[in-house]
Design a protein. Structure first.
Length: 262
């Protein structure tokens, strides 16, 4: 199904009350290009594409029923909801994760798409992790038009340097992201690792209190702490140049611009 034949970091999803709450930062400021979206029955995902086709997703409640997104927003407010990895074989990915002692639970299953999840607390990464096996040829045929109110193109698609994540254990994160999920270890330091699945598809994972960069980058105590925008070859040593974007509570995602890189 996954035509690449490899595991890769596909997208970060951010929960909001409505798609439009994510447009100012993700579409206007960061230049996200509309890919697809719609009512999926109780929730509505909207995917935007950036350089190297890295995706950010806005996911909101939909329909009259109070589904998982309604519960998430009522409990936590807007903010990062899940990280998704595309896998060529869901069975193989689940078997690799099982060797780490992490239990999973099933998601929806369609003829062209299957998914499973790692609970954020049981996996010790603070954010829900989704594994998806899909038929990319079929998925590419879902091409609905931009929704009413989607911003006109205002900026070129951003370079996503990495997603910053606080985990319970940097050692376990290495086993999960660098082992079971096939990420390359790009850099490492005391209590932190930078994993890569190619340009623009990177996770900077740290164990508290380790902190490459200033403490404000890690203000979220568990799970996704920030999105770093900058050259895809940035090093955590470049975080000395980090500047925060204006925080939008309707989105709940902390975005930092980082200079540097090759």
């Amino acid at each position: 199904m996954n035509g690449s034949g490899r595991i890769y970091l596909e997208h970060l999803a951010v929960g909001t009350e409505r798609w439009a709450d994510g447009y100012p930062m993700l579409a206007e400021n960061l230049g996200g290009r509309w890919v697809h979206g719609g009512d999926a029955g109780g929730f509505a995902p909207c995917q935007l594409a950036y350089r190297n086709d890295m995706r950010l997703e806005i996911i909101s409640p939909a329909g009259p029923e109070a589904g998982f997104m309604r519960r998430f927003l009522d409990r936590s407010g807007p903010g990062p909801h899940h990280i998704t990895f595309a896998v060529p074989s869901l069975e193989a990915a689940l078997a690799a994760v099982a060797t780490l002692g992490v239990t999973t639970f099933d998601g929806r299953e369609l003829p062209f798409r299957r998914e499973a999840f790692l609970h954020p607390k049981k996996a010790g990464i603070g954010t829900l992790l989704q594994l998806v096996e899909s038929d990319e040829e079929v998925m590419s045929q879902f091409n609905p038009p931009e929704p009413d109110g989607f911003p006109a193109r205002a900026a070129e698609p951003a370079d996503i340097a990495w997603i910053g994540l606080t985990a319970d254990s940097a050692e376990f994160a290495a086993d999960l992201f660098g082992g079971a999920l096939g990420g390359d270890l790009a850099e490492s330091g005391p209590g932190w690792h930078l994993f890569s699945w190619g340009p623009h598809r990177r996770l900077l994972v740290r164990q508290s209190p380790a902190r490459p960069g200033m403490p404000a980058l890690w203000a979220v105590p568990a799970g996704v702490a920030h999105l770093a925008i900058g050259d895809p070859h940035l090093s955590p040593s470049d975080l000395r140049t980090a500047q925060p974007a204006e925080y939008d509570p309707r989105l709940g995602l902390r975005v930092w611009y980082v200079a540097g890189g090759d």
